[in-house]
Design a binder for this molecule. Structure first.
Ligand code: ATP
Ligand code: MG
Length: 339
């Protein structure tokens, strides 16, 4: 990237729109922890509570999900000393810059977002204005820190491209180079974990079917049952990964295995080629329980002290505002707002 004048800085977020899933863990949190520990970038991780509100959230559930997501970050290894961990609504600069980006983004750009089309469904007239506009707020989430990199799952690629379009148009319209062109970081074997019931659908915390996903709070028995019941086919695993090209459900389980075991899909094939799902599923279930049980136990422990979680988030928000406030002030100056 040309913009070397920007501090290498990572920002990413997760919505408290339900409980954390295995998709969020492998596609996002696990990689956030690796980025934090590599210590090559400043790291900010966010609970995007205002995004969650773009579809109806029961207030008590939103509060609980926010704390539980914070517990999920902490239990997975996000260290609030090394990273800045906070919830979006405590840093008003996000929405302030979000408004300015609403004036930059074009209706046509927003209408092309596949997630808008998926989530609004056939009845777009009844969807909230926030659901349509939220990718501009997401752009502000990153740009209010001049973030240079964003680790995300495959499903967020289009929103990151939109962020680059918004930054480019802002820079062009105001004849400046103020906002960086952020790079999406989409890496590893599990950047798109699919539903356990339908290999063509992404695993999502907001999916109405609980059987479609593994929740980070599921107990060992539930995890095993869901994996055993996952939709597959009757063929054994082939010798090479390419042999799974037209077998999305089987490919998904192999990707999950690689993500959990921290190995390549080639390694998984080398170890499990020739096995049918009667053999492979129990191996995967054992691995999932081994990796997830300590995290869910730690989440439960942290949830016993919500006041401590709230303190961590408030402190994170204070630190986030120290970076965000001067960037907002300079944005206001650039666009000509009087302060
Ligand atoms: P919702 O259904 O409410 O949109 P979600 O499960 O899609 O929830 P988000 O909060 O939208 O979760 O996304 C948080 C992060 O998790 C993003 O980086 C996203 O790309 C990643 N992610 C979400 N689902 C998956 C998945 N199935 N596989 C890999 N990464 C995922
Ligand atoms: Mg999502």
């Amino acid at each position: 990237m040309a913009e070397t004048r920007f501090t290498p800085r990572v920002l990413s977020g997760i919505q408290p729109s339900g409980g954390l899933t295995l998709g969020n863990y492998l596609g996002a949190i696990k990689r956030f922890v690796q980025t934090q520990n590599a210590a090559t970038h400043e790291t900010l991780f966010c609970i995007v509570d205002l995004h969650a509100m773009t579809v109806w959230q029961d207030p008590a559930a939103l509060t609980r999900n926010t704390r539980e997501l914070a517990a999920g970050y902490l239990a997975s290894g996000i260290d609030p000393e090394k990273s800045i961990l906070f919830n979006q609504s405590q840093v008003p600069e996000h929405t302030q810059l979000g408004w300015i980006f609403n004036t930059v983004a074009r209706m046509g750009w927003m209408g092309r977002m596949t997630q808008w089309k998926d989530k609004a469904g056939k009845n777009a007239e009844a969807a909230s204005l926030g659901l349509f506009a939220y990718p501009a707020l997401m752009a502000a989430d990153m740009m209010i820190y001049h973030a240079t990199h964003v680790p995300v799952g495959e499903d967020q690629k289009q929103h990151v491209e939109l962020t680059r379009d918004i930054a480019t148009k802002f820079n062009h319209d105001y004849d400046t180079a103020f906002f960086p062109l952020i790079e999406p970081v989409i890496e590893g074997p599990a950047t798109r974990v699919m539903s356990l019931r339908d290999g063509s659908k992404k695993m999502s915390k907001s999916d109405p079917s609980d059987a479609s996903r593994i929740n980070m709070t599921d107990d060992a028995d539930t995890i095993s049952k869901k994996i055993r019941k996952a939709r597959t086919d009757a063929e054994p695993l082939p010798e090479i990964y390419e042999g799974l090209k037209d077998r999305p459900e089987a490919r998904n389980l192999v990707n999950i295995y690689a993500g959990l075991a921290d190995c390549s899909v080639t390694d998984v094939m080398a170890r499990h080629a020739g096995e049918g799902f009667g053999e492979f599923k129990p191996a995967l279930a054992d691995l999932a329980v081994e990796k997830l049980a300590p995290i869910s136990a730690e989440m439960a422990r942290l949830m016993e002290d919500p006041a401590e979680i709230d303190r961590i988030l408030s402190r994170g928000a204070e630190r986030a505002r120290e970076i965000a406030a001067p960037i907002l002030a300079e944005t206001y100056r650039i666009v000509g707002l009087v302060r």
